[in-house]
Design a binder for this molecule. Structure first.
Ligand code: S3P
Length: 438
């Protein structure tokens, strides 16, 4: 689908509740599927990626009942396979576009003697899986693939614990290893070079499993064997989806947008710290703390005098999914904004580093990029361009934000990719009073 976007002719104003957090939704569904008993989940993101996890765990024997389906997401009742383990599905499990589904499932399946094939769409089939399968093989599981890519065939077995040091911070790999560690006898330890999102560490205790942590050393561990018991989880709104509306409000003159119930776990809010350095008028009003994830009302205002900043490699894991939209904000900031240590963007749903550089250049900006860095000179006036999301949801939405402040109309091809994480993105923008036509 091609999206025809025109410059915003009015400010964005009002209040919005963006959909449930994607990472937390995947984990809530998966952990409930692993648990003994029936879990109740509310506000689960209803998007293509989370639907992939729901279908996968259903094929593996979890019972999922949709209790309510509203614009705030899905309320689910999930009865897990518990100590009996998953069943071997008759067919390959389709993970679609979802790296989180594929990688977390590898960790879950590693500890069970079942034969399962995981496959994905064209984009997911180009993304590296050896970073997950190699340490799981070291634990005792068997994986077969061609060149470390999907489709991957898994045969789990009895596992021994590992003390694994990741070369790249990755919550997906960390989670897979910790979940496998629950089936190993002894302590499985994962250390990262920088802190990645810690939803797994925060959520497993609600399912009755203790997680050890040394935050300064970026280290987490579990003692196995350990079993999950059912829990109730309310999924807060996704900061990565909110980031697009925050950026839009900061860029479109006269805007003032409030976003409710946003998960503001510090491992996810690097973009807010970067925007603060750029002088963006964004406030964070913390809600009363409940459960494992802090939430807040974010309020973003149009900001005229944005300034460039340098995003360091240490802070990249905390804003890994927000680089495309931050790059769009950088086009309005005076000076050169530099992103360092962003090589990992090359193996996301697309090569985001190359795509963002090409997209912003097509819009008329001066952009430079190297193997693991990106620089944008601002401020620059964006012009007309025919862009392609490359089937990447975050590029589609970042370009749609850019289009709001471009002088001339912008087209974005393969815009349907937004369904991966934020199916209501355009209607939320329209409700905040943007003129955009499909
Ligand atoms: C995710 C982790 C991140 C992120 C992805 C979701 C997760 O990937 O990019 O969108 O839910 O664990 P990595 O931690 O592998 O970089």
């Amino acid at each position: 689908m091609k999206y025809y976007a025109t410059r915003a002719d009015r400010p964005l104003r009002g209040e919005v509740r963006v959909p449930g957090d994607k990472s937390i939704s995947h984990r809530a569904v998966l952990f409930s599927a692993m648990a003994q008993g029936t879990s109740h989940l509310t506000g689960v993101l209803d998007s293509a990626d989370v639907r992939s996890t729901i279908s996968a765990v259903s094929a593996l024997g979890a019972e999922i009942e949709v209790v309510r389906e509203t614009r705030d997401g899905l309320d689910l009742r999930v009865t897990g396979w518990g100590g009996g383990g998953p069943v071997a599905p008759a067919e390959a499990i389709e993970c679609g576009n979802s790296g989180t589904t594929a990688r977390l499932l590898m960790g879950v399946l590693a500890g069970w003697d079942r034969h399962v094939v995981l496959q994905g769409d064209g984009s997911l089939s180009r993304r590296p899986m050896a970073r997950v399968t190699d340490p799981l093989v070291a634990m005792g599981a068997e994986f077969k693939s061609r060149g470390g890519l999907l489709p991957v065939s898994v045969r789990g077995g009895s596992l021994h614990p590992v003390d694994h040091v990741l070369t790249v911070a990755s919550a997906q790999v960390k989670t897979a290893l910790l979940l496998a560690g629950l089936r190993a006898e002894g302590c499985t330890v994962v250390t990262e070079p920088a802190p990645s999102r810690d939803h797994t560490e925060r959520m497993l205790p609600a399912y009755g499993v203790a997680v050890g942590r040394d935050k300064d050393a970026h280290r987490a561990w579990v003692d196995g064997p350990a079993y999950l018991t059912a829990a109730d989880v309310a999924v807060p709104a996704d900061p990565s989806s909110a980031a697009f509306l925050v950026a839009a409000a900061v860029l479109v003159p006269g805007s003032d947008v409030a976003m409710l119930d946003i998960a503001v776990n510090p491992t996810r809010t690097g973009f807010l710290r970067v925007l603060a350095r750029m002088g963006a008028r964004v406030s964070v009003d913390l809600d009363d703390a409940t459960g494992g994830e802090p939430t807040a009302v974010l309020r973003a205002h149009f900001t005229e005098d944005l300034r460039a900043t340098t995003v360091t490699s240490e802070e990249v894991p905390s804003l890994i999914d927000e680089v495309p939209v931050l790059a769009v904000v950088a086009t309005a900031a005076s000076g050169t904004t530099r992103f360092e240590g962003v090589r990992e963007l090359r193996v996301k749903e697309s090569d985001r580093l190359m795509a963002v550089a090409e997209g912003l250049a097509a819009l008329g900006c001066t952009v430079r990029t190297g193997e693991d860095w990106l620089e944008i000179d601002g401020p620059c006036q964006l012009g007309s361009a025919a862009l392609d999301s490359c089937g990447d949801h975050r590029l589609a939405m970042a370009y749609a934000v850019a289009a709001l402040v471009a002088q001339e109309p912008v087209t974005i091809d393969h815009f349907e990719a937004v369904d991966v994480s934020y199916p209501g993105f355009v209607s939320d923008l329209q409700a905040l009073s943007v003129s955009a036509a499909l």
